[in-house]
Design a binder for this molecule. Structure first.
Ligand code: HEM
Length: 463
C-alpha cells in the first residue's frame, strides 16, 4: 500500500454500484453492460492485480498492477492498439480523429497538434480559462437561491473555454444545442451494443447508431460551417494560429502528406467532444463531492477568495493547490474515462500472465483508483491525498485519469488547468447545496462517466 493517510473523522464516501460477488451469465452481462457498464465489475477486480477470463468478447485480461500498466502502455506500447470494440463505439461519432486513428495516420495528427498543447501554449490559455470561470461565477451568483442544473452550467463553461482557446473563432450556433448534441451522441453510441461485442459487421444497423443520426447530422453541419469559414480565412491570409489552422496546414515532414478533409473534420468533432465533455463531467462530480463535504467546500472557498485579485477579477492559478487537489481526487473517484482497452498485436506475457494475440487487455481507472491494494480508504473523498509530499510519493501508474504512454490524453494539462480555475471561481462565488429531494447521485457510464439523473443544486451567493 503506497498511500497512508491520517483518517478524517467521517470522510464522504459517495454511494456507487457495489462490485459483483459472482460473475453474471452471458445475457445478464450483456444487459448490465448496455445499461451501465460500471455495474459489471467484480469484487476480484478491486482486490487482484490481474484478472483474466473468457467473456463474450473473447479472452479479456484486466490489469491493475502499476508496474504492469507501465509495461503495457509504455514499454511495450507498440504491441497494443486500440481495440475494435472501442473503435466500433467511437468511430461513428468521432471518425478517424486523434482519439481513434492508428499508425502513421495517428503519428501525423499527434505531431501536428502537439504545439497547441505544449506547456507554454497551455500557460497562455490561463487568461481565457480564468475569464470563462469568472463569467460562470457571475451567472451563478445572479441565481442566488435558485435550483441550477450544474451539469449544463459546466458544459457551458467548458464550451466557452474551447471557443476562446483552441477554436479561436468560436463554435457556430447555440452552445446549449451543441452541448445537448454531444450528450445525445454519447447517450446513443455509449451503451455497448451486443452486435459490437460479437463483432457483427458494421453495415448491420445498430439501434444506438440510428438514434445518433440527428446528432451526427447536426455535427456535420457545424463542422462544415467551421471548415468553410476557415479555408476562406486561410486564403485571405487572415487565419488565427489555432487547432483548425494547424490541421489544415499539417504536413508530414517525410512524405509531405497533409490531412484529408475527412481527417480534419474528424478531429474537429473529436476535439469538441473530447475537449469539453470529460472536463465538464469532472467538474460536475467535484461540485457534488464538495456539497457533501462542508469543510472541503469552505476550505476551497477561502483559498479561492485569497487567490482572487479583486481589481482585475482574475484568479492566481499557482495559489490554488487545494482546488487542484479537489479536481484530482474527484477524478480518482469518478474518472471521466472509466476504462481503456487495447488489443494485442502479437502473443505477449504480462508478468506471469499469457496475453494471446488479438485478445483484449483492459486498464480501468475506475478499478485502479478504488483498488484495495493501492489506496488507503479507497472509497472516501480525501483531497489531501493530492497535496504536498503525499502527492509526490504516489506511484505514477496507479493514478491514470488521463491514461499513459504515447496515447496519453493530449489535453491533460489543458483540462486540469481549466478545471482548477473554473472550480475556484464557482466555489468563491456560491455555496453549493444538494437539495434533500434530489434523486440519488449515481454514476452512469456512457463513454464518459456522469451523474445518472444530472445534478440540480441550490446555489447561495457568498459574501
Ligand atoms: C478531465 C478531462 C479529461 C480526461 C479525464 C481525459 C481522459 C483521456 C484519456 C484516458 C485518454 C486516453 C484514452 C486511451 O488511452 O485509450 C484521452 C485521450 C485523448 N484526449 Fe482526453 N481527457 C480529458 C480532457 C481532454 C481535453 C480537454 C482534450 C482536448 C482539448 C482531450 C483530447 C483527447 C484526445 C484528442 C485524446 C487522444 C490522444 C491520442 O490518442 O493521441 N481530452 N483522454
Amino acid at each position: 500500500m503506497q498511500d497512508t493517510l491520517p483518517l478524517a473523522a467521517a470522510p464522504f464516501r459517495p454511494k456507487v454500484p457495489p462490485p459483483l460477488t459472482r460473475p453474471l451469465g452471458l445475457f445478464a452481462f450483456l444487459k448490465a453492460a448496455r445499461e451501465n457498464p460500471i455495474g459489471t465489475w467484480m469484487k476480484a477486480h478491486f482486490e487482484e492485480f490481474v484478472v483474466a477470463g473468457e467473456t463474450a468478447m473473447g479472452r479479456v485480461t484486466v490489469v491493475s498492477d502499476p508496474a504492469l500498466v507501465r509495461y503495457l502502455f509504455v514499454e511495450n506500447a507498440a504491441n497494443y492498439r486500440k481495440d475494435d470494440l472501442q473503435k466500433r463505439v467511437l468511430a461513428p461519432g468521432l471518425g478517424n480523429g486523434l482519439l481513434t486513428a492508428e499508425g502513421d495516420e495517428w503519428r501525423l495528427q499527434r505531431r501536428t497538434l502537439a504545439p497547441i498543447f505544449s506547456a507554454r501554449q497551455v500557460a497562455g490559455f490561463t487568461r481565457p480559462m480564468d475569464a470563462a470561470g469568472a463569467r460562470l461565477a457571475k451567472r451563478l451568483a445572479r441565481r442566488d437561491g435558485a435550483r441550477v442544473d450544474m451539469a449544463q452550467e459546466m458544459t457551458r463553461a467548458t464550451l466557452d473555454v474551447l471557443e476562446r482557446t483552441i477554436f479561436t473563432q468560436g463554435l457556430p450556433g447555440d452552445p446549449d444545442a451543441l452541448g445537448r448534441a454531444i450528450t445525445r451522441l454519447l447517450e446513443s453510441v455509449g451503451p455497448i451494443d451486443p452486435l459490437d461485442v460479437f463483432g457483427v459487421p458494421g453495415f448491420v444497423p445498430r439501434i444506438g447508431r440510428l438514434r445518433a443520426r440527428p446528432a451526427l447530422r447536426f455535427f456535420a453541419e457545424v463542422v462544415d460551417t467551421l471548415l468553410d469559414g476557415r479555408k476562406a480565412a486561410i486564403a485571405r491570409g487572415e487565419a488565427p494560429h489555432d487547432l483548425m489552422t494547424l490541421l489544415l496546414n499539417a504536413q508530414d515532414p517525410e512524405t509531405g502528406r497533409g490531412l484529408s478533409d475527412l481527417e480534419v473534420k474528424a478531429n474537429i468533432v473529436t476535439f469538441i467532444a473530447a475537449g469539453h465533455e470529460t472536463t465538464a463531467n469532472a467538474l460536475t462530480w467535484a461540485l457534488y463531492c464538495l456539497s457533501q463535504d462542508a469543510p472541503a467546500q469552505e476550505r476551497l472557498a477561502a483559498e479561492a477568495e485569497a487567490a482572487l485579485d479583486e481589481a482585475s477579477g482574475t484568479m492566481a492559478l499557482d495559489q490554488l493547490p487545494f482546488a487542484r487537489a479537489v479536481m484530482e481526487e474527484t477524478m480518482r473517484l469518478f474518472p471521466p474515462v472509466p476504462f481503456m482497452s487495447r488489443q494485442a498485436l502479437r502473443d505477449d506475457r504480462i508478468g506471469r500472465i499469457k496475453i494471446p494475440r488479438n485478445s483484449t487487455v483492459i486498464v480501468a481507472p475506475w478499478v485502479m483508483h478504488r483498488h484495495r491494494r493501492l489506496w488507503d480508504e479507497p472509497d472516501a473523498f480525501l483531497p489531501e491525498r493530492f497535496l504536498g509530499e503525499r502527492r509526490e510519493a504516489m506511484a505514477r501508474y496507479s493514478y491514470l485519469p488521463f491514461g499513459a504512454g504515447p496515447r496519453v490524453c493530449i489535453g491533460q494539462s489543458f483540462s486540469l488547468q481549466e478545471a482548477t480555475l473554473v472550480l475556484a471561481h464557482v466555489a468563491r462565488a456560491v455555496h453549493l447545496i444538494l437539495p434533500a429531494d434530489h434523486p440519488p447521485v449515481t454514476p452512469l457510464h456512457r463513454v464518459t462517466l456522469r451523474p445518472k439523473d444530472g445534478l440540480r443544486m441550490v446555489v447561495r451567493r457568498r459574501g
